[in-house]
Design a protein around this ligand. Structure first.
Ligand code: XMP
Length: 329
């Protein structure tokens, strides 16, 4: 491995060399580890010429916007503007069921918002944004556009990660991707050096397209997103309470676009099915499903069915990657 202190110094120099004295930089903050570490690094390199934007695309987890904005302001002292684009995203996603199509639409909307943000910066403050920071990691690069000689070609692209393959060709902003050669554990180490709070660095990865890849099918159908948020929150909180959050690479719930028959009280129900997924992994490239204790699963399933209206069945995903991917779409 590399020494992360050296990587940091090197990256800071590269960014300072690249960004001209009159240039401004926009950073898309997702609230995840990668974009937060990338923003903190760029902030160190160019100070207040960095302008962060956090987009509420309506595909965030339970209370995520409030929680994340508070951390940015209170603990990280990063200058962040929050844009509420819920309607903009959800209206574009209405009726769309193809997973790749969903990813492409979301990637495109993000870029529209960043372009808008850049225009406003120039019009209102006379600051010219030239670059966009993205927290792209090495595994994202490999899986979206495999390098030559890796044995994969573009036609075998597994998924268009929104921050790599999904970007439109006509985007005006140029990219800065300071983490592009790093794996997740290296990014966490970089974050420690940059004094990003450790609770933040331990957060499980969350995909750019958000809950859109965890509601199978049309994300705007019924109250799928709201149900998923409640189920996911119960699952994650239970994992934290059990003291096993840090031993899991990633855990989340998935909303399935089907109904099953159940019985609650003496009433027949015809309600939604949710799946629970938890995996261990080193870098997200391969993963093993996480083996919970029976008691834990039993408690979580009961809690979900008892407290989330519209759910009468909980299943667990017991596949590893490969043959599955971590996300369901
Ligand atoms: P998969 O599902 O491909 O996921 O096995 C591997 C890791 O990548 C995350 N992931 C994404 N991250 N934008 C991201 O920033 C995306 O479009 C995206 N898709 C998947 C996933 O959560 C897992 O950690």
């Amino acid at each position: 491995g590399w020494k992360m202190e050296d990587v940091l110094d090197e990256e800071i120099k590269v960014i300072q060399g690249k960004v001209g004295p009159e240039d401004h930089v926009i950073c898309a903050l997702s609230g995840g580890v990668d974009s937060t570490v990338a923003a903190t690094l760029v902030h160190k390199a160019i100070g207040d010429r960095l302008h962060c934007v956090f987009v509420d695309n309506g595909l965030l987890r339970y209370k995520e916007r409030e929680r994340v904005m508070e951390t940015f302001e209170r603990d990280l002292h990063l200058p962040v503007t929050c844009v509420d684009a819920t309607e903009q995203f959800l209206s574009k996603l209405k009726g769309v069921v193809d997973p790749e199509m969903k990813r492409k639409i979301i990637g495109k909307e993000f870029i529209c918002i960043f372009d808008d943000f850049a225009q406003r910066l120039e019009r209102d403050l006379g600051k010219k944004a030239v670059y966009l920071v993205q927290g792209t990691l090495y595994p994202d690069v490999i899986e979206s556009c495999p390098p030559p000689g890796s044995g994969r070609t573009h036609s075998h692209t597994i998924k268009s990660h929104h921050n790599v393959g999904g970007l439109p060709k006509d985007m005006k902003l140029k990219l800065i991707e300071p983490l592009k050669l790093l794996f997740k554990d290296e990014v966490r180490e970089l974050g420690r050096i940059l004094e990003v709070p450790s609770a933040f660095l331990k957060r499980h990865p969350f995909p750019g397209p958000g809950l859109a890849v965890r509601v199978l099918g049309d994300v705007t159908e019924g109250n799928a997103l709201e149900i998923l948020r409640q189920v996911d929150e119960i699952f994650i909180q239970s994992i934290k309470d059990a003291g096993i959050y840090d031993t899991i690479w990633q855990a989340f719930a998935v909303f399935l676009p089907i109904r099953s028959v159940g019985v609650q009280g003496d009433q027949r129900t015809h309600s939604h099915v949710v799946a629970l997924r938890a995996v261990t992994s080193q870098d997200g490239m391969t993963a093993d499903w996480y083996n919970f204790e029976h008691k834990f699963l039993d408690d979580v399933a009961r809690k979900i069915c008892n407290s989330v209206r519209g759910v009468n069945r909980v299943v667990q995903d017991i596949t590893s990657k490969p043959p599955s991917t971590i996300e369901w779409e």
